[in-house]
Design a protein around this ligand. Structure first.
Ligand SMILES: [Zn+2]
Length: 511
């Protein structure tokens, strides 16, 4: 099975018997329910159960498809700080009840106010249902998938004024599902070789070109910073590093090219700067950036957008600890030629990304309209500063064209929310060399969460270490999903969110 596929349905379906086994209604109150028979049933039931309108409840209704309505209220929608997440939150609660009640073919009906913020409320609610339905890959492999993920399709009731583009939401959910699988799976099943193979399988026949670099010797030569992180895993073949490059070339003319670097640390022990005090659990999800980027490519493979070329490169390594582990004070020459002094081995993601970005810069050499992104679970500081949001840090060229702002505004409408941070001179000062022995310092030696500008300064490092500083004309936005990559900020148990996938798709792929 793939994912609960969205199909179009009409208003009539909500009161027709046969195809659907429950109606899920997401709305601010019973009053706005557009179908009199259903509204009636809800009003009657409210007399005997005062939860109606306050929390998600199942209401029996003979006239409803499947004989039941699951009504999940959104709560207040009119205040300036309300956003479309009110719908996805309600949808997740409704789905729990629907599942417990045995519904496998639910019909989704959404009533949203006339307000730009809620223009995608139906689609976002569908994505919320899917988010709630996803089961981890290990569970699907060990148990009967049809048994633990019984919902195969969801009907989306279209209104005259709001006809959802089901191809679009299906492409989004297919991408998000791949991202959740890659991010949320244990560090042995999804070690770099397993991650790379999962990508090869997922993109077979999709039109996306997949290249996997496996040779440790070649990686050592071409990605020296990345391989410093991977060094303690070189003697463990099943943990060997990989670099995966995914390329989408549209038919016809290319007017814009996107280059995305994804951090795929399949397990982060912290390395010699070992994570202690219980902070290691959940670090199999340190591959969330690479997972989101791979998921975006899945979405692209289904949408086949015109005019835009997309190249994604995923740096997949395990940051292990051992006799050969890299340590602080080492000076390693990056692919860009920059001599990088290691400040802390737990600041490994930026090392992986820097070499990947240098390679992407080489690939982008002849592209006139290239735009760059790095996507990563990079810093605890991002989670501390803006969690549960994604943090965006852009360079001058990106700021000049309003890239991060446009991205966050697209995300606001699609339940993939971000905040924009500024890149400042202090960030560059922070990683400046102290002597001529090196060109750049990777990090200070304290947790980012207790470091001032702890999620902004790594972007400065990436600009300097990758060589992007020599291309100030290329817009570049660093996307830190450490605060948004899993639900509830729970890296050990929270469901992965595929953060940044939807906002990037909405910004660059929506027609
Ligand atoms: Zn780390």
């Amino acid at each position: 099975m793939t994912y609960p596929v969205a199909v179009l349905a009409s208003d009539n379906a909500a009161t027709a018997q046969g195809e659907w086994d429950a109606v899920i209604l997401i709305a601010s109150s019973v009053d706005v329910c557009p179908i009199p028979d259903l509204k009636n049933a809800l009003t009657q039931f409210a007399h005997v159960d005062s939860r109606v309108g306050k929390q998600a409840v199942l209401v029996p209704c003979e006239k409803a498809a499947g004989g039941r309505i699951i009504f999940a209220p959104t709560g207040e929608l009119s205040r300036y700080f309300d956003d479309v997440r009110r719908f996805s939150d309600a949808a997740k609660k409704a789905m729990q009840i629907a599942q417990q009640a045995g519904s496998v073919n639910p019909l989704l009906m959404v009533v949203a106010p006339e307000d730009k913020r809620y223009q995608n409320a139906l689609e976002v609610s569908y994505l919320g249902l899917c988010q709630a339905l996803w089961q981890p890959l290990e569970a699907r492999e060990a148990l009967d998938e049809a048994d633990i993920e019984p919902v195969q399709k969801i009907g989306l009731i279209a209104h005259a004024q709001n006809k959802p583009n089901v191809d679009w939401v299906n492409a989004l959910e297919a991408g998000k599902r791949l991202a959740r699988d890659l991010c949320g799976t244990n560090p042995e099943r999804m070690a770099p070789p397993g991650f790379a193979e999962y990508c090869v399988d997922a993109f077979a026949g999709s039109g996306i070109k997949v290249e996997v670099l496996s040779s440790q010797a070649q990686l050592q030569q071409e990605y020296p910073l990345l391989m410093a992180v991977a060094r303690a895993a070189v003697n463990v073949e099943r943990h060997h590093a990989r670099v995966v490059t995914l390329t989408y070339e549209p038919e016809g003319e290319v007017t814009q090219s996107l280059y995305l670097a994804g951090k795929g640390v399949t397990y982060d022990t912290g390395g010699a700067d070992l994570k202690t005090g219980g902070f290691m659990a959940g670090m199999s999800r340190d591959k969330g950036g690479a997972a989101s980027v791979a998921g975006l490519m899945r979405t692209i493979a289904m949408l086949k957008p015109k005019g835009v070329k997309v190249v994604a490169e995923l740096g997949l390594v395990r940051n292990s600890i051992g006799t050969d582990a890299f340590v602080t004070d080492e000076i390693i020459t990056a692919r860009s030629g920059k001599r990088v002094r290691i400040g802390n081995t737990d600041a490994e993601g930026r090392l992986v990304l820097a070499d990947v970005m240098t390679h992407l810069l080489e690939l982008a050499e002849n592209d006139k309209n290239a735009e760059f992104f790095s996507v990563a679970t990079l810093t605890g500081h991002a989670a501390r500063a803006v969690g549960p949001y994604t943090a965006l840090v852009e360079n001058g060229a990106a700021r000049a064209k309003g890239s991060a702002l446009a991205l966050s505004e697209a995300g606001d409408l699609w339940d993939d929310v971000a905040e924009v941070s500024r890149s400042r001179r202090e960030d560059f000062d922070f990683v400046a060399p102290r002597t001529k022995a090196d060109d750049i310092l990777s990090s200070n030696n304290a947790a980012s969460a207790v470091t001032a500008r702890g999620h902004q300064f790594p972007m400065a490092f990436l600009v300097l270490a990758s060589g992007l500083e020599n291309h100030p004309e290329i817009p570049y936005t660093h996307v830190d999903i450490a605060g948004s990559g899993v639900e509830g900020g729970d890296w050990q148990h929270g469901t992965p969110t595929a953060a940044s996938l939807t906002m990037l798709a909405a910004r660059y792929l929506a027609s």
